[in-house]
Write a protein that binds this ligand. Sequence first.
Ligand SMILES: *[C@@H]1O[C@H](CO)[C@@H](O)[C@H](O)[C@H]1NC(C)=O
Length: 307
Amino acid sequence: MKYAFSIAALAAVGSAGPVVTKRQAAAAVTDVGILNYALTLEHLEDKFYRDGLKNYTEADFAKAGFDSTFYANLREISYDETTHVSFLSTALGDAAVAECTYSFPSTDPASFVALASVLEGVGVSAYLGAAASIMDKDYLTAAGSILTVEARHNAYIRSSIKQSPFPQPFDAPLTFDEVYTLAAGFIVSCPDSNSAKPQLPLKAFPTVTLGTTGPIKSGDTIDLLTPGYTLAPKDGSAPIYAAFVSVTGPIYADVTPMAGGFKVVVPKGVNGQSYVVLTGCKDRVTDDTVAAGPAIVEITNPYPSTA
Ligand SMILES: *[C@@H]1O[C@H](CO)[C@@H](O)[C@H](O)[C@H]1NC(C)=O
């Protein structure tokens, strides 16, 4: 099947008006904006893999325990991301955002592969979260055809580092702003020309990082750090909660303030690459109620993982 992507068709769709979904802000969300949002993420992934393959040779990966099959698959993943970039860029034509400059905290093959796993997981949650806002069904199928591939990249890489390839029955959808918050941590600067392109009105929440190392399971206490700022309700009254994102609704946990952040007991019902935001209320997690985050927390519970 061939998708008749064209900027004229996209522009027509773009004028259809705002889309509001449960967790997304009601700001003007158009299919063109969503495609540029997807392209922004694909640029990041594409550059990440191209850099990694430039930085580390097949021999470097072999020394770190990743065999020639893994290396070949890594090159395929890199090719897939480059192809996603050209697919979306072609679809968007003059409206397409360009590649930015990035900073990736990977220093050797092992940390590169670990970050690849995280980025692929975020990619899956980004496409999943965007799905409900896509107006045109053909674009939804096109986005879905990328999502399923990102999910297989994610499962393959997770499996290669001895993590469960499918740690839970459902993946977690992230909102545009939640994804942007995570992506912004890697983006150093973007070409000025990007600001003239049709994009979603994205905002990055204050960063939350995980201050706990080692394996984490439900029932463990973890530290969520708010680096460089103190998260306190303005009126000193409203409490702050941690909310773990899940497709069936957020799972809330009470937090205990500590120096530089909060302590949280990981609830039941989350597993694998999980996302936790800090919110001022306990009844909904939307781009309006999120105060900071998400932080990414890898959770490893014994089977059955979400019991
Ligand atoms: C590759 O190496 C450069 C230079 O050291 C570094 O800036 C970049 O972040 C590295 N990228 C990856 C993906 O390892």
